[in-house]
Design a binder for this molecule. Sequence first.
Ligand SMILES: [Zn+2]
Length: 232
Amino acid sequence: MAAEKNLVYRCIECSKESRELYRDYKHGVLKITICKSCQKPVDKYIEYDPVIILINAMLCKAQAYRHVLFNTSINIHGKLCIFCLLCEAYTRWLQLPGSSNITDPEDIIRYAKEWDFYRLFGIAALEQTAYLTGVFIVLCLARPKSLHSYSDFALLLKALLLSNYGKLLLIPAVIWEHDYTNLCLRLITLFVLTSNMQAIRVTLNVSRRLSFLAILCGLLFEAALFYIHHEQ
Ligand SMILES: [Zn+2]
């Protein structure tokens, strides 16, 4: 994994800062740095296969989240966000009546349905913005010291967007339609919210209760936008 000398890393066990993840003793001898605070390896995951790290992240392990957020230079949150919104829009679009039986490319209904897709993408983006606004408001009020610079906001936003990766499962859940599709969609939502909670906890080192409250406020903002949209 990326390890530039001048960057500050974090111990994945206790979240204390560390200047390095490993030391190079030359002649091919590398030694993982031990954390001065908890006496455990600063980041054991630098030796792990990415698949193992992904499985640990899916199990919502705080250590895996810290590894990805603090000790790697993964920078795909923007693209992932767009892709997750596309997945959400596509899922909603497929659930519209008559979306799946459009065959004639000249059919004017096809263009109307395409417009529906863009409209649903816009709504999904607005709902995501409302959700994030709710989360940020609670955290800014409860922990103003943790969120006082642009980089703090950027890191939290990155953590939240990355932890939305579970939304990618929406596509297979809808395409392989069966009796339990609705249950699958609910479970995916629950998984994404749990991942979001863990991302907040790890980024700001806050309690489960506060991160739960932030998620709840985010959902309230999202629901408020939904009702405003449907009232019109
Ligand atoms: Zn430590």
